[in-house]
Design a protein around this ligand. Structure first.
Ligand SMILES: [Zn+2]
Length: 293
């Protein structure tokens, strides 16, 4: 079946969002995934599937139906979270193409949060490294290693169409969730700066709309983390405080669905400040408190 613009599956929406670019949105909306995971299918002949998405029958059916009218050669994955990589192995077996994803990364522990947890049975066939070029008959992508959200996060740059596929590293509607120790604010900020090298590209995140002014948005994301750190240091300038106290003072009344994400962000911020010897842990305090170094 050839895909056309009007085709809307019963269970997922596929849209042509640019030349040689289709987005199939999974029906897994949540506080973490926005409208749902957007799987991108690249190339005039559907050569590459980027982030196959969550392990959902209806999303699998939408993709295999679409791909039956094409000639796919690669499944690409930005990072191991289940809402991106969950379907990778099943789809790979079904359509007979390999999975390519980060070949390195120093995974510490990735417990994640909700859908932001590692996919099971996920074993990429091809390891990608920074600067690699991966190409098929109808697409060509450069790999940029962007740790921070997770240690195995990569972005894919399409220089021919001036596009960056930025996974969960950059989202248009929210900041990225960083869950330490695998997630790391310092690495995340370094990775954001690397993407400033593509000021005239459109950034396509997995969740939410495209970003057409990436430099301005990246600047805001960087500033947001520095603002959070200033809040942390201000609170601690009044004296040691536990994580619970800091959470309450900095984040106030938060949507209960985002409480764990807020706590993870706080702990990621503390870890980053500790890395730079701005903050230290006071283990004599029970429960442990944090103070300025
Ligand atoms: Zn993720």
């Amino acid at each position: 079946m050839k895909f056309n613009r009007e085709h809307v599956f019963d269970y997922a929406v596929a849209e042509n969002v640019g030349p040689g670019l289709v987005r199939v949105t999974a029906r897994n909306p949540s506080a973490m995934t926005f409208h749902g995971t957007g799987t991108y299918v690249l190339g005039a002949d559907h050569g590459a599937i980027l982030d196959p998405g969550p392990r959902m029958d209806e999303h699998f059916n939408a993709l295999t139906t679409l791909l039956s009218g094409g000639n796919p050669s690669h499944i690409l994955v930005t990072h191991r979270h289940q809402d991106h990589a969950g379907l990778a192995s099943t789809l790979s077996q079904a359509i007979g193409v390999p999975v390519a994803a980060c070949g390195g990364g120093d995974v510490v522990v990735d417990e994640g949060l909700g859908s932001e947890t590692p996919a099971r049975d996920y074993h990429p066939d091809i390891g990608l490294f920074d600067g690699d070029v991966i190409e098929g008959r109808d697409f060509r992508l450069e790999v940029v290693y962007t740790p921070g959200h997770t240690s195995d996060h990569v972005c894919f740059v399409d220089p021919d169409h001036r596009r960056v596929f930025c996974g969960d590293h950059i989202m248009a509607w929210s900041t990225s969730v960083i869950v330490p120790p695998d997630g790391h604010v310092g690495h995340y900020l370094d990775s954001l700066e690397r993407l400033l090298a593509y000021p005239d590209h459109v950034f396509w995140p997995t969740h939410g709309p495209p970003i057409r002014e990436p430099v301005r948005w990246i600047g805001e994301l960087i500033e947001h983390r520095h603002w959070r750190e200033r809040q942390l240091l201000d609170e601690l300038s009044a004296g040691p405080a536990t994580a619970d106290k800091l959470l309450q003072r900095i984040y106030g009344d938060i949507d209960p669905r985002l409480a764990r994400a807020a706590r993870a962000s706080l702990m990621a911020g503390i870890a980053w400040a500790m890395d730079r010897n701005l903050v230290e842990r006071d283990d004599d305090h029970e429960p442990p408190a944090y103070r300025l170094s």
